[in-house]
Design a protein around this ligand. Structure first.
Ligand code: F6P
Length: 320
């Protein structure tokens, strides 16, 4: 009987998840496997919501943001009872292998199922790019490019009105989007959750910029530090600046994936199927030193991917 593979997307959606799905489905069918898609992440395993997927089922999605399978964050699945239910369901429908596309929380779920004996492989997908074990997660490049495009438009008006533009970007616990956006747009200052923020450092930087003849500026703040509105108030309290505030929000998670995200998703999805075929599969598909490889869950620590401090220094150095 043909091997049966299930695939799901879980956690926050990210541009490129559909391209990863397309790759998984077609690579598996190329091997003569049967594929089922689980709806709404791990919730679909508990609600038993699935459908068979064929080559044509994943046609016309390579360029689409979001995920055609839909996604969710499922509390019930984090309990032993939820996981037992999910395993029983997969066994009943004859699924022997599972590919999960998502971030850290999703990998934790896939890992729990692997420890219970199911072959699982995780494809990293989150705009935050903060997962342990991999240098890159699908969706990050697209999210940063979306943020950059927006900031470049905001900069036009900040220049014309001689204002400080505060732009709040996503990242409740992680500053990678803020940092890369700040570097790419040449921001004067960036606030990230990983580093302590001192108002004096910001006001001193703005003072030096003004002394040097700069009449406008851009501050990128990750949502996990404080809101753009709060930062504007605090800045207003100690300076005579009247900042403009823009919250980019969910536009960073939507939209067409970049070329980099589509090709990375396609390559990662294909390797995920190869690894799922091996006995004892329990791996994350990771980007390490620009190479895509499979890393056993057991070799991945708890530490989230650290911030690039060299890039942080560079932003400061080049923005005067
Ligand atoms: O997907 C990542 C992310 O956008 C984080 O940057 C943010 O902290 C979180 O998801 C917000 O997710 P939601 O609003 O869907 O709960």
């Amino acid at each position: 009987m043909a091997t049966k593979l299930a695939v799901l997307t879980s956690g926050g959606d990210a541009p490129g998840m559909n391209a990863a799905l397309r790759s998984v489905v077609r690579a598996a069918i190329y091997r003569d496997w049967n594929v089922v898609g689980i709806a709404r992440g791990f919730a679909g395993l508990i609600e038993e919501d699935f459908r068979p997927l064929f080559r044509r089922s994943v046609g016309g999605i390579i360029h689409r943001g979001g995920t055609m399978l839909r996604t969710a964050r499922c509390e019930e699945f984090t309990t032993p009872e939820g996981q037992r239910q999910a395993l029983a369901f997969l066994e009943r429908i004859g699924v022997e292998r599972l590919i999960v596309i998502g971030g850290d929380g999703s990998m934790a779920g896939a890992r729990a199922l692997a420890e219970a004996g199911l072959a699982t492989v995780t494809v990293p997908g989150t705009i935050d790019n903060d997962m342990a074990g991999t240098d890159y997660t699908i969706g990050f490049d697209s999210a940063v490019n979306t943020a950059l495009q927006a900031v470049n438009m905001i900069r036009d008006t900040a220049y014309s009105h001689e204002r400080i533009a505060i732009v709040e970007v996503m990242g409740r616990h992680s500053g990678h989007i803020a940092l890369s956006t700040a570097a790419a747009c040449g921001a004067e200052f960036v606030l990230v959750p990983e580093l302590d923020f001192h108002m004096d450092d910001l006001t001193e930087k703005l003072r030096r910029c003004r002394y040097d003849g700069k009449k406008h500026g851009i501050i990128i703040v990750a949502e996990g530090v404080m809101s753009g509105y709060e930062l504007a108030e605090r800045l207003h309290d100690v300076t005579d600046y009247e900042p403009s505030i823009t919250v980019l929000g969910y536009i960073q998670r939507g939209g067409a994936p970049s070329a980099y995200d589509v090709t990375t998703a396609s390559r990662m999805g294909d390797l995920a199927v190869d690894i799922a075929a091996e006995p004892g599969a329990g791996h994350l598909i990771a980007m390490r030193n620009n190479r895509i490889e499979a890393v056993p869950y057991a070799e991945i620590g708890d530490a989230k991917r650290g911030l690039d401090m060299e890039l942080y220094q560079l932003i400061d150095e080049l923005s005067m």
